[in-house]
Design a protein around this ligand. Sequence first.
Ligand SMILES: [Zn+2]
Length: 627
Amino acid sequence: MKILLSKTLYLCAFLWYNFGISQNNTYWQQQADYKMIIDMNVETFQYKGNQHLTYTNNSPDTLTRVYYHLYLNAFQPGSNMDVRLQQIKDPDKRMVNNIGTNDNPIYESRISQLSPNEIGYLNVTSLTQNGVPLIYNIVDTVLEVDLATPIQPGEQTTFDMVFNAQLPVQIRRNGRNNREGVAISMAQWYPKIAEYDFEGWHADAYIAREFHGVWGNFDVKISIDKDYIIGGTGYLQNPEDIGHGYGSKTNNTGNDKLTWHFKAPMVHDFTWAADPNYIHDKLQVKNGPLLHFFYKNNPETKDNWKALQPVAAELMFYFSDAIGAYPYKQYSIIQGGDGGMEYGMCTLITGGRSLRGLIGVTSHEMAHSWFQFLLATNESKHEWMDEGFTSYISTSAMNDVMKLNRKNPHLSSYNRYIALANSGDEQPLTTHADRYNINSAYSTSAYSKGAVFLAQLGYIIGKDNLTKTIKKYFTDFAFKHPTPNAIIRTAEKVSGLELDWYLTDFGQTTNTIDYSIKTVNGLNEMTEITLERKQLMPMPIDLTVNYLDGSSDNFYIPLEMMRGEKPVNGRAIALADWPWVNPYYTFSIDVKKDFIASIVIDPSEHMADTNKSDNTISFDQSENKKQ
Ligand SMILES: [Zn+2]
């Protein structure tokens, strides 16, 4: 018995030790440094590639397998992406044809209709590890590789791959000849090693979204028809060979092709687009990067692309100031793709938009340089930290840069989230981005509820604390893979408040917030106000009492489990804590009920109350007003 006990104690101590190491003491991340040589055929949209990958295993684990993403294989009849398109109730309209009527739509997957010379593919023709040929298996969009030699913790290995590929006719982020006539959109185009982190391998199939990549350095040489202009990730190393607005061309080799040489330090993706009719403009942001703009020479849209440029510089300044300095020397806004998508040091956006729309999409995609690119959350698992935080900061930027002066610029995010919460279609934010029952529930959760998560965090800890939290989050987690715990712990450290309940309730369940004013009773010279928590999720309460003479008092009811209060700095009267278990809360104010015009819970509308109809009570005091 004694021996058994001591063994158990030893085991517990051992587990605790390991837990302590992995959770608190040592953060690690893998490193993948790519060298690629690409030869593009602009007639067939096919290309050949050689990839030399230096992979460093910084994990404490020995790896016996690795996985690569072969994203382009999604664009084939029968792929996971194709099947999902045919199964989901509300497929992405960019990827289906309606073969029914407007009233009774029947959707046909466009991928299912692609012929062999129209599909996307990424074929691996050889793969070696440190020169030794490897056994591998292509399963849909994932390459499964058995290693010749296991990679020990701290060890480096090299993989050499030869591949050939074809860009699909269907445009989804990448593809050929998009609807605005951009010839080549090269996103998710190369064999990309999957991420291995504290949760293990993330060899997700490409179904609809999203991405998680390994940090590293890229060295990419692309040979393409000499009339084509390339914009993308990375710094051009040979502008004198290229011309095309990069520099004056010194040597004309007389070849049909030019080789563009790019280097990108510490990124986790590499994207580019190419077209023979791009206009290429540049604008230097003061104390910031050089902005590049690549857009079609189209008389209908090119004025907007000119007008966008100074605003893009203001947006870059706003984000650098609000989050943290943009660390690269270059950022490119490139016409291409099928809407707007964020990549390393660049974005691909469609350009046939109003100026306001063009600025809006640029604001959103540029903001992704921070939320998801530099703060590289696994966006398949934590899509709300990617799209939601981006929506929050880009909407804030638009409010400032476009001088919209909205009191709560995030109100439409709140309204969309509340409609979803009341619809019965909501799934928790912990849902994998591909595993929402319907696409619209994904969108509202990721973009709107994710934006509300931050805006409402400002309500809970105070706006100044939120500002500090965002900056500290960047300082502590840029160039890493932050998790939901990272943002909430940062907010706790900044505010000194307990906030894990907020991540749990709002980030991991579909619990909702609903407070109401239950009763207001006059007691001689006093008024007694009783509030009710009608749904499970608790919140601290801001409340305003408006008086007949036009004056008002603000009150703040702290939530007991936060173990503290947000700074109210004389703007509100702090009342006693509300322990969440109690559905009711009563307090008295030193004012006669006859003098009260109205009482309002959360007048700033920063609390995501799913039923606001009972948040305000107004009194008809016309008789009292006359006296
Ligand atoms: Zn986005």
